[in-house]
Design a protein around this ligand. Structure first.
Ligand code: ZN
Length: 345
């Protein structure tokens, strides 16, 4: 143990400790590493940020220097020895000829997290870390008002009682492979839809008022993707207007059916009827007011309807494309409506 530090030595230590390695300092002051560290601790000296930056570089250099496999000659020799030992049968390559999934599977089986005790311990540790503020959750300090992702979560789950079973189910699917996960999701969705159809299950959204913004958002996406629900497929539609003769009067009833078919949103801008607080207009796509079949009618808000007064050809093409995509209506190249009449013998 060093008996006494001179003022000069202490000054050197104060000056050089933050930016020099301990090896350099022990050599310069002719002391042991322990002595150096003890004194630095007493004086409250710390390594600087720059030192740690360079330290990582120094470590990797040291690793390279000390790693014999970085020496091409040694590496080559070692590989040859291994090859020989495999060839002679002294060593057995367990992975030879085996596909990667086997390896992955084995790793998964050996995963310490498979042990419930380890998992519990780890999760407790994680919770403690969160509580102490050592580890931060990504959504810490964010709210649905300030963060887009949280807003989406909130919209998706508002009013739903998820329950423990559901949470476990998600956990399971997240842990498994993506193909498996997709299978489970598909299966669950199928079961749920069947449940709703049979009346065994009640939709968590039933009877709940869904915010208008969300309805609009969903329908806009559906218009864009061409996946709008088709009213004609609803048994209540009773054939609708599709196969009615042309001379049908353009009355309130037809307009309401078209608005219903289009889910009460403007098929151009996606605004909902409730938002503009007035009924949507029923526009004649080919501008012929005598042709009031559903293939020629589309719901538009007043604003968009006004726009259709100019560029008529453009709008006709646009709306026909849209309806053919959404409802499988058929139009000829020149814009004529193709009516398919189905009849039973
Ligand atoms: Zn509109």
């Amino acid at each position: 143990m060093k008996q006494k530090w001179t003022d000069e030595e202490i000054e050197i230590l104060r000056r050089e400790y933050p930016n020099h390695t301990n090896k350099e300092l022990t050599k310069e002051l002719n002391i042991s590493n322990n002595q150096l560290r003890r004194k630095a601790n007493i004086l409250g000296l710390k390594k600087s940020k720059e030192f740690w930056k360079d330290e990582s570089k120094r470590i990797s250099e040291r690793m390279t220097l000390n790693n014999p496999m970085k020496n091409p000659e040694i590496s080559k020799k070692s590989h040859e020895t291994l090859k020989k030992r495999y060839a002679s049968g002294k060593l057995v390559n367990h992975f030879k000829g085996k596909k990667r999934p086997e390896l992955t599977k084995r790793n998964l089986e050996n995963n310490p997290m498979n042990n419930p005790q380890t998992r519990e311990k780890n999760s407790q540790k994680q919770i403690e870390n969160y509580k102490s503020g050592k580890v931060k959750v990504w959504c810490d300090g964010l709210t649905k008002e300030t963060d887009e992702r949280l807003k989406k979560f909130s919209e998706r789950y508002t009013g739903r009682d998820l329950g423990e079973e559901w949470r476990n189910n998600i956990k399971e699917t997240h842990w498994s492979k993506s193909s498996q996960r997709n299978e489970i999701i598909k299966e669950t969705a199928k079961k749920r839809i069947e449940g709703y159809a049979s009346g065994r299950l009640i939709s968590p959204l039933r009877g709940k008022k869904i915010p208008l913004e969300i309805i609009e958002k969903v329908l806009k996406t559906k218009i864009k993707n061409g996946t709008m629900p088709i009213l004609e497929k609803n048994p209540m539609w009773k054939g609708g207007l599709s196969f009615e003769p042309y001379g049908l009067e353009f009355n309130k009833n037809i307009k309401n059916l078209i608005r219903k078919r289009d889910n009460q949103v403007c098929m151009n801008c996606g605004v909902h009827r409730e938002k503009i607080n007035r009924a949507l207009d029923c526009h004649h796509i080919n501008y012929d007011k005598n042709c009031s079949v559903s293939q020629n009618l589309i719901s538009l808000c007043n604003k968009c309807h006004t726009m259709t007064n100019t560029n008529r050809e453009y709008w006709q093409k646009l709306f026909q494309d849209k309806l053919s995509k959404l409802y499988e209506y058929k139009y000829a190249e020149n814009g004529e409506i193709i009516l398919e009449i189905k009849y039973e013998k």
